[in-house]
Design a protein around this ligand. Structure first.
Ligand SMILES: Cc1ncc(COP(=O)(O)O)c(C=O)c1O
Length: 454
């Protein structure tokens, strides 16, 4: 469809035509012309169990028949209660209470409000800022956008509404913002947080927010060992809450229940969304540490107004419950870890053949590729050649849906793509994905005349 033919306003880009996605099955999508695509990003890092699972559709229909919606201040509902039990069992120790929301942005907005109420309960009324990181994306709502530090979010136009939230450098060893090497760097990227807190005044800072493994904005940047342990120490020292932003990494995407489990760190709050319902219904969640819950239960209030009309929606909760039961029944988180290793190895082999690929990184089925001009110096391509966009466009034409971003190098340079298929992907489907990607990279290398680089 073209914009001129549609009453939908194509906000993401009105000059481009849109294919109509007609149906999905497993890791494949089909458009209305019958063309098949591998959904290499699981519908933006969301689909975990695959498209078109009948059990989930049945659970959604059954819930819609039984109870579609209630007033949440007067009632809870059975699927919400059951889902909270499941989430509490999956979450790190002592993180046993959940507020359900409507998605990732709203999870981050509510986490901020929980953090703020927590500090007010403790008598620290000045604490309101959230420190974020560059190369991060936390959503389109205003506070979430203010926490985001990625260049592609284009916050400038919204500057009049933006909150004065500071950002620190990302833990990106491949393009280290400090020009240091791990471990001799002594985790300068973590101590950057302490510096920023000192600069801003600890009495103004409510929380630090970070994706354990950076998703779309950084394409699976994995911080070095010891990073989050150090972050935890710093947050404790300054009485700042640590929000693990697991909108992408939550519910198995990195081969563990939550991405933060790759470090020995327990956060204060976890925000999460996409994998919770595998994209079958809109839902997000804020998981809260017991110490915070206790502060509220023993505090001055009888409640905090951290909800939306559709928070704890019975159909969304029933859907997410069916999805998590399906994942557990089919051991799909273990499967994600296994297939992640397989796919990463295949991509590492591809990097040996394709000199544009400088770095292959990630955990589980959250795998990023970073493209560079020079594999020795990691020099990025200039933004002007639009390498990421050209590769993504080419893979799409060849039947592979991927997503890419820029800005992990210096300034706006630094091209990277993120691969995050459903956990049910098979070895042969991984091989097909890699082969389309390889053909696309070769085609782009020729069309952009990059062949004479080393
Ligand atoms: C890491 C991360 N956080 C937050 C969000 C925002 O989530 P939503 O679009 O559900 O509001 C996204 C969306 O892509 C995301 O990738």
């Amino acid at each position: 469809m073209k914009q001129a033919e549609s009453h939908v306003f194509y906000a993401p880009g009105w000059h481009q035509p849109y294919k109509i996605a007609e149906r999905g099955e497993g890791v494949y999508l089909y458009d209305s012309d019958g063309k098949r695509y591998i959904d290499g990003i699981g519908g933006t890092h969301t689909i975990t169990i695959g498209h078109g699972v009948p059990e989930i559709a049945d659970a959604m229909a059954a819930q819609a028949r039984q109870l579609c919606f209630t007033h949440k201040v007067k009632f809870t509902n059975e699927p919400q209660e059951q889902l909270a039990n499941v989430v509490a069992k999956m979450a790190p120790d002592e993180m046993e209470h959940v507020i359900f929301v409507t998605g990732g942005s709203t999870a981050n907005e509510i986490a901020l409000q929980v953090a703020r109420y927590f500090h007010i309960e403790q008598g620290n009324n000045n604490k309101y800022k959230v420190i974020g990181r560059r190369h991060s994306y936390h959503g389109r709502t205003n506070a979430a956008l203010s926490m985001s530090g990625s260049l592609f979010v284009q916050r400038e136009d919204m500057a009049p509404y933006q909150l004065d939230f500071p950002h620190i450098n990302p833990p990106h060893c491949y393009q280290c913002p400090f020009n240091l090497n791990h471990p001799s760097c002594e985790l300068a990227c973590a101590t950057d947080l302490a510096k920023k807190i000192e600069q801003e005044g600890a009495d103004t800072i409510a929380a630090f927010i970070a994706e354990p493994i950076i998703g779309g904005a950084g394409s699976a940047i994995v911080p070095p060992p010891g990073y989050y342990e150090k972050i935890r120490e710093i947050c404790d020292f300054y009485n700042i809450l640590f929000i693990a932003e697991e909108v992408i990494t939550g519910f198995g995407r990195t081969g563990k229940n939550f991405g933060i489990e790759h470090w020995n760190t327990i956060p204060d709050l976890i925000t999460t969304a996409k994998g919770l319902s595998s994209g079958y219904a809109p839902i997000g969640a804020v998981i809260i540490h017991q110490r915070i819950v206790n502060t509220f239960l023993n505090g001055s209030r009888t409640g905090i107004p951290t909800f939306f009309t559709y928070s704890g929606h019975p159909i969304s909760c029933a859907t997410a419950l069916a999805v998590q039961n399906y994942i557990s029944k089919h051991n799909l988180i273990e499967q994600c870890a296994i297939m992640g290793k397989y796919l990463k190895q295949k991509l590492q082999k591809l990097a040996e053949r394709e000199f544009l690929i400088g770095d292959v990184r990630g955990e589980g089925l959250l795998i990023g590729l970073e493209f560079v001009q020079d594999r020795k110096t990691h020099k990025p391509f200039p933004r002007s050649i639009k390498l990421t966009e050209t590769i993504i466009k080419t893979t799409f034409e060849q039947g592979l849906v991927l997503r890419g971003r820029f800005g992990t190098g210096t300034g706006k340079d630094g091209d990277h793509i993120l691969i995050s298929p459903a956990f049910i992907i098979t070895e042969s489907e991984c091989d097909e994905l890699v082969s389309i990607l390889e053909a696309s990279i070769k085609q782009v290398t020729r069309s952009l005349n990059l062949g004479n680089l080393s």
